[in-house]
Ligand binder design. Structure first.
Ligand code: HAM
Length: 433
């Protein structure tokens, strides 16, 4: 093969890939999941926002944080022809904040609930559930500092998974407090780890220096053992963050949403304040986070806007599709692209012209209609109709054309009858109503 997709980037196909392991890479599945997300967002009062795929690099380096994995080693950054430093967006939140400031949305809409479905790029070492281009289904709610909205945002994600049938997952919550309390906790964590520092993994030692809280977000068994009795972030919280967490717990319980309080959940972005949460699946190996999010009450101001609280999440599309596949959930996908398939017997110019006109008329009236332009014989054309799972075939030959009629055949019952061309659209509309 002369060309291949780039490492850890994949294609989404209109047909199921031949290897069943990758059957989730299917457009119809993606569309179903996207529609489900749009529908849940609509019911929760969220509106869609779309932002460009490229942004100024500084938007991410400053706001996601220099010590984070994303900024230190995973961004696809380069200079454009105007020598501007730009990056493919590694996540959606910073772009949404930038767009809202630039378009004065915070000023015009003091309470703003937005959702997005977008592609993100991170130069990670790929594996199952981790790709260099991934899609996130995300929401961001601005202008509300109260923990009720934290509960509502979490409830939206939980509703989405529940309605897809993904019940096999766990909600973890924590509070990362405010920068000041985090700083104090970071020092306490360093003091605790210092005697064991030489035994920590290389990554753990780097995090000790750069961003001590990130030591908690490790998969290294040795590091986890060392951290077993580490002090808990929750014990260092400022009173306001503590109260916020307690309220969130009460609201989640009121909504009947089960959760665990995970002291080690810190998330990989510097912009988080107070609430942090993740929804963890059981079918994804080490890449277990189906989605995650949190509150970021200082981010809008950091980006140059008026102080505005915010909270949101991003759910990984690929991890959702893999989970559906592994749980054996089959979604009610629409069958076949074509409702009607036209079979044309012959190749006389007038017959071909009329068949094109009829096809166009059906399509203009909302009917999905197609034909196989390669053959003039019945068997190969009906084979194509079957492979496309057409519900009806329309057979047009010289005789039909002369009498201004067409044969309408139900592909499952095999019943066939003649319909006047003048009433074909009405007849089909009645059948598909
Ligand atoms: P994140 O945890 O980095 O958060 O990503 C959210 C979700 O996207 C993850 O839980 C995971 O399911 C999926 N994901 C992330 N990276 C990859 C990857 N390389 N391959 C496949 N899936 C991936 C954020 O990005 C935040 N902006 C979420 C947020 C919104 N927080 C507040 N508002």
């Amino acid at each position: 093969m002369r060309y291949q997709s780039l490492p850890y980037m994949y294609d989404t196909l209109p047909f199921s890939p031949t290897d069943p392991e990758y059957s989730w890479q299917n457009t119809a599945l993606c569309q179903y999941v996207e529609e489900k997300f749009r529908d849940v967002c609509r019911r929760f009062g969220y509106r869609e926002i779309r932002t460009p795929i490229l942004e100024q690099t500084e938007l991410f380096t400053r706001n996601i944080g220099k010590g984070t994995d994303i900024v230190s080693k995973e961004m696809f950054s380069f200079q454009d022809r105007g020598e501007r430093d730009i990056s493919l967006k590694p996540e959606g939140t910073a772009s949404v904040v930038r767009a809202c400031i630039q378009n004065s949305l915070f000023a015009d809409y003091p309470m703003l609930k937005l959702y997005y479905i977008g592609q993100n790029f991170r130069a990670e070492r790929g594996q199952k559930g981790r790709y260099r281009q991934h899609q996130q289904l995300g929401v961001e709610a601005f202008g509300i500092a109260d923990a009720q909205v934290d509960a509502e945002v979490i409830a939206l994600a939980v509703t989405f998974y529940r309605e897809l049938g993904i019940t096999d997952c766990e909600l973890k919550i924590n509070s990362v407090g405010v920068p000041e309390s985090r700083q104090v906790y970071g020092e306490a964590l360093r003091e605790y780890v210092r005697p064991y520092l030489s035994e920590m993994s290389e990554d753990g030692q780097k995090r000790f220096e750069m961003n001590p809280l990130r030591m908690l977000d490790t998969k290294s068994k040795g590091d986890l053992k060392i951290l077993e009795d580490a002090p808990h972030l929750v014990d260092y919280l400022d009173p306001e963050s503590r109260e916020h967490l307690e309220k969130l717990q009460a609201y989640l319980s009121a909504l009947g949403i089960a959760y665990t309080l995970d002291h080690k959940l810190v998330r990989g972005f510097d912009y988080y304040t107070k609430t942090a949460f993740e929804i963890v699946g059981r079918h994804l190996g080490s890449q277990s986070a189906l989605g995650g999010g949190g509150r970021y009450d200082a981010l809008v101001k950091e980006c140059g806007g008026a102080p505005t609280p915010g909270i949101g999440f991003g759910l990984g599309m690929e991890r959702c599709l893999i989970t559906l596949q592994e749980m054996g959930i089959s979604l009610p996908l629409p069958q076949g692209a074509s409702q009607v398939f036209m079979i044309v017997l012959g190749d006389e110019p007038e017959l071909l012209r009329r068949s094109l006109q009829i096809l166009m008329e059906l399509r203009a009236n909302g009917i999905a209609a197609d034909r196989d332009f390669r053959s003039k014989k019945f068997p190969p054309q009906v084979k194509t109709a079957d492979s496309l799972k057409a519900q009806y075939t329309l057979v047009l030959g010289e005789n039909e054309l002369a009498q201004n009629v067409i044969q309408l055949r139900n592909q499952s019952t095999k019943e066939q009858r003649e319909v006047a061309l003048g009433s074909l659209v009405e007849e089909l509309k009645r059948l598909f109503a």
